[in-house]
Design a protein around this ligand. Structure first.
Ligand code: 26Q
Length: 822
């Protein structure tokens, strides 16, 4: 029975109110008088979810009947953010919900705050996966997201005495109205054991992975709704459960304590997200997580395919598997294992299917982020998978040999297995060998993947390499987070921009319209006010709304150079102290971001920012010309407040290190101007918005490489820059840490002796660019015209454009619209 006509899912104000009241009663067990804001949030969420269900079922039915090709996006992270506001907007009932709550004296904005922010990702890579899922649904492409239902997401960050402190993120403690467990689709995953070869009477041989320990994967589905259409795709996240059989046997042995212990151990697989981005530690539990969710996902893909077809020969015509970095790269070997061991397909055929189905996206050039697993660990945990990887490698190296006979050095460089005292499995090599497409995430990055990261692979298969510049969804990063700007745009150019962001060029017509300009400024001021209130409630002072809100929010990492920003603040402070009459625009410097818990230098940078804030914010000579704030626990929902309130977006990574960046796009979309290096997608943003509307500084990627090659010496730059020298001396003197004068010695030593990320080389040029920002800000009309040029030319950075390119150039997908009347 199709439910789309029942009042339970009706779109009139009466229907919606009725549904909410019913859920308050039947789902929460409350009446209006006793309902807490959390109850109201839960009731509205369930009422909203009801309106997705028939669309969801119809989407699945339609994909099945039309035999539509789908993409399976495998990602260890999906940083989806809160769901309620986004679902209301995409359903087109946000304002309805707002007014009906209004009538009962409730504010939707407050109710939305009841939702805990699912932090199932570290940063850019996880957030990209979430934007992709939303764009796929909006563009009506059949898509499944596959990942891990971590019980604890990225840690909650508190700042105690200036230091980062981590707390567990128990994000499911209030329940989660958006997920649906599907116990009937549970999958068993094997670990440990050994491989037995069996020779059959016909002389054939088969391999059997036996004496394994089985963990059960239980899928939890979250609906992903497209923008004002009927497409609802599925985000399927796997949760680990101990298997019964395995438990029974131990229970029968009478060792109850051990049985409970081993159960807990099995279920620890999906317990917690690893918080170290951009640094791969060879921890066994991490490899278990990866194999766990990949094996569940591959089993699910094969099960669904076999339900519709009686052959696997057409697998690559029906599914595209995309690997979000190397975290799911083991899928290449697992798919081979299933095809060969379970489906009795010959190696050559299985390999052809695997390669044709699989694509791989690289997100990093940092050597320390490349995943490698010690062979002994791999062999113990996944003996059959290791065998298959060795066979993939043997055949691959044969191919290399045919192309370049007698080039052992090349074979050593290309091999999936790294030789050494302990052999390692190189996951990026496995991913490249097992895919038909390898892409980077911005033009420069993709170029560097070919020339610096994997030149030998590029030599071998140049056609396999391509670029897909990242994007972000304008529904969350403009429509939802910046309602006033959205309305102002829609008033001028109608509402098509939310589906087709390239329509923003139409706003350029209003570039010189004084009324529109004034409105853009008023909106920014209102968004700054909203951000200022958050700062006031947490830090006890309200920033000056006339000051430049200068923002750097992102994970803390040395290559991202929060320290360069901090050095600029110190230098500005010293300039002002020396010359109190100096006439510079007031600024509020806002930082946010988490450091990996074991990354001592990054944590010390947080402490430095907070100590600098402490001194400068309380220096009466500075008054409110400089304020520094480190906002704790930066996450998706805080980003939705911070980004619309920014005047300046700091995108200052050392050139060649930031694969793309996506925050850079969100800021420009919300009327901030960028101070940035020629790195990642900054280059393309600058190309689109115009060089005159972008504050550029710093070395280029090839100059960085040249300088590294010829022996970089930071002292060369420190000697020539009195400002930089003075700033370093001030930190070294203990001025910012009177209670522990040597606290920041490690910071100063790194800069003076190594300066791995070349802050010293870029400092003076950065200072100059920041001075230009200052000058420009004093001329509001000039500033506003730059803001509008940014807005009008940012269309390329919609994830809709990115997804269209993936669909056409890698996945070969066509849209499959959902008709509810069918
Ligand atoms: C790997 C092994 C073990 C534990 C953790 C990890 C791990 C986890 C997360 C390694 C890396 C990450 C995340 C990387 C990431 O977010 N990269 C960013 O991806 C964005 C989307 O493409 C880019 O815009 C950023 O430039 C890039 O830094």
């Amino acid at each position: 029975v199709v439910q789309n006509h029942s009042s339970r899912v009706g779109m009139t104000p009466e229907d919606l109110e009725q549904s909410v009241l019913e859920h308050l009663f039947y789902t929460c067990g409350k009446d209006l008088r006793s309902a807490t804001p959390l109850d109201v949030y839960r009731a509205i969420s369930h009422a909203t979810r009801d309106r997705l269900v028939h669309r969801w079922l119809q989407s699945k039915r339609t994909y099945f009947h039309h035999e539509a090709k789908r993409v399976c996006y495998l990602s260890a992270e999906f940083l989806i953010g809160r769901a309620l506001a986004q679902n209301l907007l995409n359903l087109g009932i946000y304002h309805l919900a707002e007014t009906s709550l209004d009538h009962r004296g409730l504010t939707l904005k407050d109710i939305l705050e009841e939702e805990l922010d699912p932090g199932l990702g570290n940063g850019g890579l996880g957030r990209l996966a979430a934007c992709f899922m939303e764009s796929l649904a909006t563009l009506q492409y059949p898509a499944y997201g596959y990942g891990i239902r971590y019980e604890f997401g990225i840690f909650d960050q508190e700042i105690a005495n200036g230091w980062q402190v981590e707390r567990g993120d128990d994000w499911l403690r209030r329940g989660n109205p958006w997920e649906v467990p599907r116990h009937e689709l549970s999958v068993g995953v094997n670990f440990y054991g050994r491989v037995e070869a069996r020779v059959h009477v016909d002389g054939t041989k088969s391999m059997h992975w036996v004496d394994t320990q089985t963990v059960i994967g239980v899928p939890y589905d979250t609906p992903i709704l497209g923008y004002q259409n009927n497409t609802v795709n599925t985000l399927r996240l796997w949760s680990a459960k101990a298997s019964k059989e395995f438990n029974f046997s131990v229970f029968n042995d009478g060792d109850y304590r051990r049985a409970v212990e081993e159960k807990a151990l099995s279920e620890s697989i999906s317990k917690v997200l690893y918080p170290n981005d951009e640094s791969a530690e060879g921890k066994e539990l991490r490899l278990k997580q990866q194999y766990f969710f990949v094996a569940c996902s591959i089993a699910d893909i094969i099960r669904r395919h076999k339900k519709r077809f009686d052959t696997l020969d057409n697998l690559p015509d029906q599914i595209a598997i995309q690997l979000n970095d190397t975290h799911p790269a083991i899928a290449v070997a697992e798919l081979m294992r299933v095809l060969i061991d379970e489906e009795s397909i010959a190696w050559e055929k299985a390999w052809e299917l695997t390669k044709a189905a699989t694509g791989f996206t690289n997100h990093t050039l940092l050597p320390e982020a490349l995943e490698k697993w010690p062979v002994p660990m791999f062999e113990r945990l996944l003996p059959r998978i290791l065998q298959i990887i060795y066979e993939i490698n043997r055949r691959f190296l044969l191919e290399v040999h045919v192309k370049w006979p007698n080039d052992d050095e090349r074979k050593r460089r290309l091999s999936i297995i790294e030789e050494g005292p302990v052999k390692h499995v190189r996951m990026a090599h496995l991913a490249v060998v097992g895919s038909h497409s390898v892409n980077g995430v911005a033009e420069l990055h993709s170029e560097l993947v070919c020339t610096q990261l994997m030149p030998d692979f590029h030599d071998m298969w140049p056609q396999r390499f391509n670029n897909k510049t990242n994007g972000v969804t304008p529904r969350r990063w403009l429509l939802q987070c910046n309602p006033d700007l959205s309305e102002a745009l829609t008033e001028r150019i109608s509402d098509g921009w939310a589906r087709d962001l390239s329509e923003l060029t139409k706003i350029l017509e209003y570039k010189d319209d004084t009324e529109f300009r004034a409105e853009v400024r008023a909106i920014k001021r209102k968004n700054k006010e909203r951000l200022a209130k958050v700062i006031e409630s947490r830090h006890g002072f309200k920033p000056n709304l006339d000051s430049i809100f200068d923002v750097q929010v992102k994970r803390l990492h040395e290559y991202k150079r929060q320290l360069l920003n901090c050095l600029h603040i110190i230098a500005l402070y010293q300039d002002m102290k020396e010359n109190p009459e100096s006439d510079r625009a007031p600024r509020t410097f806002i930082f946010g971001g988490k450091a990996a818990p074991g990354y001592m230098m990054a944590k010390l940078h947080i402490k430095l920012i907070n100590d600098v804030a402490d001194i400068i914010n309380h220096d009466p000579a500075i008054r409110d010309r400089i304020k520094v704030v480190f906002l704790s626990n930066y996450n998706v929902s805080l980003a939705e407040i911070i980004i619309p309130g920014a005047d300046i977006s700091e995108q200052i990574s050392m050139a060649g290190k930031e694969a793309s960046g996506t925050g850079n796009m969100k800021f420009a979309m919300n009327g901030a101007l960028t101070v940035g290096t020629l790195d990642g997608a900054n280059i393309e943003i600058r190309e689109e918005v115009g060089a005159e509307n972008f504050f550029l500084f710093g070395l280029k990627a090839d100059e960085v490489r040249g300088l590294k090659g010829s022996g970089y010496n930071p002292n060369h730059y420190i000697e020539r820059s009195p400002r930089l020298r003075r700033a370093l001396d001030l930190i070294a003197s203990g001025f910012f840490s009177p209670d522990d004068p040597s606290r920041f010695q490690p910071v100063v030593n790194e800069l003076r002796n190594l300066d791995t990320y070349m802050l010293c080389a870029d400092f003076d040029d950065y200072f100059r660019a920041q001075f230009e920002v200052d000058q420009c800000y004093r001329d509001p009309e000039n500033w506003t015209s730059k803001v509008i040029e940014n807005l009008g030319n940012i269309g390329k950075f919609s994830s809709d454009r990115t997804i269209e390119q993936y669909c056409k150039e890698i996945w070969n997908l066509t849209p499959c619209p959902i008709d509810l009347t069918e």
